[in-house]
Design a protein around this ligand. Sequence first.
Ligand code: SF4
Length: 396
Amino acid sequence: MPIGLYIHIPFCETKCSYCDFNTYAGIENLLAQYIDSICKEIKLWGSVIPNANISTIFFGGGTPSYIPANLLGQILNTIKSEMDTTNCTEITIESNPNDLSKIKKLEYYLKIGINRISIGIQSFNDIHLKNIDRRHSSAEGIHAIKNAKSAGFENINIDLMFGLPNQTKYEWIQTLEVVPTIPIQHISMYCLTIEKNTPMFHQVNQGVLQMPDQDLAAEMYEIATDFMKQENFRNYEISNWAKNNKICEHNLAYWKNQQFIGIGPGAHSLLSSYRFSNIESPKKYIQKLKSSPDFEKTQNNKQTDKDKFLTIPTTENYEKQDIKTKMSDTMIMGLRLDSGINLDEFEEKFQIKIEKIFPGKIDKLISENLINKKNNQIKLSDKGKLLGNEVFINFL
Ligand code: SF4
């Protein structure tokens, strides 16, 4: 069974005011020990699952492009020596534009096998970038994308956000209008959500920043959907568009409820029907791995999967996916994709009709024009894409 591998790099040069990810500014003193710990966790997993067949690798964060590039090479070498990567087709790095000013660095990424780059552009409007505390300008964003292309990347994603403080519809269109002028194959677009306890949450509460209302944010999503269609990008997932079939294979595995291992503090995993995560604190993560012995690379067939996973000292929060949870996850994740869900395949997989598990829900959602059904395939309608959570709640 193919397994996606996520590597968490929780270092950022500064913390953006809206960000509530498990990432930190000012912990560079931990970097050397952190990389040792990441490599140790990879080795432990290589011992626990000796035949792990890695299909994709994703360096996420945080800002993986912020740390010295040779450290990413060190991590990749460890993965290659401890796990089977012969079928690994995609290695992604998340990056910030101001880390990509040198083509040599980008060429080095390609040399060590990274073949997909995701750049956190967020906006092509300098005032909005400043409002959300991004460290780069619009021009630097464009320069980073062009550098990635010049270095030889043929699979470039940019992240954009809409629903930003004080953002008008016309300013959002201006950001979208840059898209046809840059050499990218993929865009992820998300509406900014204000998380509690972030600096931006307080700025909005104090009236320093004004958020667009929900109707305007929904209109911005509709504008983006129409625009991307004209530009021949396929909206293959609610928030993701790709052209030339350059979909993100790593994320696709999440949406298809397939197996993945998360390495690093706070990273999540799904293996053999178990969901679990690592301890969140980078310091505690390092300490736990420092005091853990290496494992022998032998398979103890008497151990259950859960026992094996529990031998990794940093994992916690185990939860077994029961059959109902698997069905819910299949519905919620599957409906995010433009391929939707085939009702016959669902029945074949779970040996039960969808109607028996979620009685009346499909007909209700069709009557509310939130999903469409054709040839036993159900998909979100345009209205359903805007109101995804109202649809998903029916399958919990
Ligand atoms: S760069 Fe990304 S991960 Fe880092 S603080 Fe900003 S939004 Fe969060």
